[in-house]
Ligand binder design. Structure first.
Ligand SMILES: O=C(O)CCC(=O)C(=O)O
Ligand SMILES: [Fe+2]
Length: 306
């Protein structure tokens, strides 16, 4: 298949459902790079939510000096690769130099999962915060879950939980400042993090669902995700680790596509596919609502976590 055949399916649910009997199976098999819903959430909702988060001091205003509490909270670029329990505070000095940092509103399994009790306690607080934030306001997490359920045709979408009822964080809001970059990588609780002690480990496929709330722009260029037509295999690993994936892709004729999104656009992709988001150091941070998704053809429920 050449590059031009491997294209995101857009602009809406009906288009995907008219084209494929089961759009999520196409993602699972890597036959399409992404499912996109354009303007799934009105622009006005995006900007109102961001302002509310700044007012509540969940995010900081990039025009003002960075408040000290965010220095402690910020996540270093590339941290997700580690999957260990180390705290990131040492990296702050480096971030002051590069200006690249990330603020998470939510509970990341990749970041916090090494301590299971702490992870679920943190997730409970996150879910309470989101309840409060989205009571009497448009709820982007609901929108994401409902869209995913529609793509699934006949499955139900729930927040991931353990057999004893402990719930994962329902989603995570991430603000990326100063050109924060996701280098070529894949995400998998099964194949990369090997978190066998979590229920989400049991799903065959992992997807991401991401709603863009604000983009970062410099000279008309915006930060956008690039999907490579390459599902992770062990032999790709050295190239991800050594930073030579682009050469590897080039010499193996691996196609890629940039999924160009505006605030309010929602996309779903297979996180086993190698993907990246090169940063753009604009005045405003790129802010997204992000989720991970567990999908198995033979299971009626789809689990969502962050
Ligand atoms: O922000 C995005 O669009 C995707 C980010 C990503 O790849 C990740 O969080 O692992
Ligand atoms: Fe990713």
């Amino acid at each position: 298949m050449n590059q031009s055949n491997w294209m995101p399916i857009e602009p809406d649910l009906n288009t995907a459902c008219a084209k494929f009997e089961r759009p999520l199976e196409e993602l699972a098999a890597g036959r399409i790079p992404a499912l996109v819903i354009r303007q799934a959430w009105p622009d006005k909702n995006c900007s109102e939510l961001i302002q509310r988060m700044i007012d509540e001091e969940l995010l900081y205003d990039p025009d003002l000096p960075i408040p000290p509490k965010f220095q402690k909270q910020s996540i270093p670029e590339g941290y997700y690769r580690e999957g260990s329990s180390a705290v990131p505070s040492l990296a702050w000095d480096e971030q002051k130099v590069t200006g690249k940092s990330r603020i998470d509103i939510g509970s990341s399994l990749g970041y916090r999962g090494s301590d299971q009790d702490a992870f679920f306690a943190h997730s409970t607080e996150t879910n309470e915060l989101f309840e409060r934030l989205f009571t009497d306001h448009p709820d982007p997490i609901r929108l994401l879950y409902d869209s995913l359920e529609a793509f699934s045709v006949d499955k139900s979408v729930v927040t991931a939980h353990e057999p004893d009822g402990r719930k994962y964080g329902a989603g995570i809001i991430r603000a990326h400042y100063g050109g924060y970059t996701y280098k070529p990588h894949f995400d998998s609780v099964r194949l990369r993090e090997k978190r066998e002690n979590y229920a989400v480990h049991d799903f065959e496929h992992q997807f991401a669902g991401v709603l863009v709330l604000q983009n970062s722009t410099v000279n008309g260029r915006t930060a956008q995700g690039i999907m490579h037509q390459c599902l992770w295999q062990p032999d790709v690993d050295p190239h991800l680790k050594n930073g030579t994936f682009h050469q590897y892709a080039e010499s193996n004729g691996i196609a890629n596509v940039e999924v160009n999104l505006e605030p309010g656009d929602l996309y779903f992709f297979n996180t086993r596919g190698i993907h990246e988001v090169p940063g753009v150091a604009g005045g405003l941070p790129r802010i997204v609502l992000a989720t991970f998704i567990g999908f198995s053809s033979d299971r009626d429920e789809i689990f969502v976590w962050s």
